[in-house]
Design a protein around this ligand. Structure first.
Ligand SMILES: [Zn+2]
Length: 351
């Protein structure tokens, strides 16, 4: 963990907010939603009917909680490589879901998670059971979506001073297309309102839970890591094990994360809190090897139809889905309430 960067402000933020009611319940809801999305909408890769059905389900859930849900369509064409043939361009229209509470014009904390799963992109993919219609994507990324829904529910009826906006992206698996389209769609004024992006991606299979900041924003200004430091502090106070990238591989600086929908936000100068579970001490120490459990071949479940599903994950890691769902929901629920509903006279950092 990095030294705390905003000690006085942080101390102010850590006081005065009561522990939320029923964190157990929110965690269980997150786990149920993860399992439902993975089991009911496998093969929800961008542009498919299954992705459309998943989007409708998610939009309905958020609408019922009282959010106004906008569907943002974007071009998410991608290339498919076949041996001995030209690369094929696969046309695909992606849909992002943007959920807001009515009203609100001040600072925004944005919670993002991609709901799409990996398509088949190479001739070899199908043979190696990578991507496609059978991929449940429980870890990547029904897990992030489940937590986002539970947080949305937890905050739906709370009086908040600042807006918490939920954006469920598509097209992550074909080059972060949905999150890029979303950031590009924000006018300068609207972009300036977004004071933090929290990205949830792959929370289950990895040995360890991590909170990172965005590499570009913290290298320009270390204070942009405020939410990472707050999340680590909240986790520590609640005896939840969490850490940040130790920086063992010089390509990936300590305290920062990468390789998901946080990137377009980080590039736009928006502070990021990236939440993931993996193991930055294994393999190339680049965060790609999630675990040393022998039941997960090669140490990763990403994109594998025969691994990234409940039957395997529950067998190899019994209880993990519910445990992580509870831990992440508890830390982030507390963090969001502190940021969006600061106690009287105490502004959150940078807000
Ligand atoms: Zn993912």
């Amino acid at each position: 963990m990095r030294p705390l960067l905003l000690v006085p402000l942080l101390a102010a933020c850590l006081q005065g907010t009561p522990a939320s009611a029923a964190p157990e319940e929110a965690g269980l809801l997150a786990a149920r939603e993860m399992r439902h999305l993975a089991a009911t909408f496998p093969g929800r890769s961008v542009g498919t009917q299954r992705a459309g059905a998943a989007a409708e389900y998610l939009a309905r859930r958020l609408t019922r909680m009282g959010y106004v849900v906008e569907r943002q369509a974007f071009d998410s064409s991608y290339t498919v490589e076949k041996p001995g043939a030209e690369k094929l361009s696969q046309p695909a229209e992606g849909i992002n879901l943007i959920a807001r509470r009515p009203g609100g014009s001040g600072p925004v904390v944005l919670v993002g998670a991609h709901y799409d799963s990996r398509p088949v992109r190479k001739a070899d993919d199908a043979r190696q059971h990578i991507g496609g219609a059978a991929l449940a994507g429980l870890d990547d990324n029904a897990s992030g979506v489940g937590v986002a829904l539970a947080l949305a529910e937890r905050l739906a009826a709370k009086p908040l001073q600042h807006e918490v906006r939920f954006v469920l992206f598509s097209g992550e698996e074909v080059g972060l297309k949905g999150s890029r389209a979303y950031v590009d769609s924000l006018a300068a004024e609207e972009r300036a309102r977004v004071r933090l992006m929290i990205n949830l991606d792959s929370l289950i299979t990895g040995d360890r839970l991590y909170f990172h900041a965005g590499p570009k924003t913290v290298s320009a200004n270390p204070a942009a890591g405020f939410a990472r430091d707050m999340a680590l502090e909240i986790a520590r106070a609640r005896h939840i094990k969490a850490e940040t990238n130790p920086g063992l591989n010089p390509k990936y600086p300590a305290g920062t994360g990468c390789c998901s929908d946080l990137e377009p936000f980080d590039e736009a100068g928006i502070p990021v809190l990236a939440v993931e579970a993996t193991n930055w001490t294994l393999g190339e120490r680049d965060g790609y090897t999630q675990t040393d459990r022998p039941g997960i071949p090669g140490g990763m479940s990403w994109h594998k139809t025969d691994v990234d599903k409940a039957e395997v994950i529950d067998h190899v890691l019994p209880g993990r889905v519910e445990q992580r769902a509870r831990e992440v929901t508890e830390v982030l629920g507390t963090l969001l309430e502190r940021l969006a509903r600061p106690a009287k006279g105490q502004g959150a950092p940078d807000f």
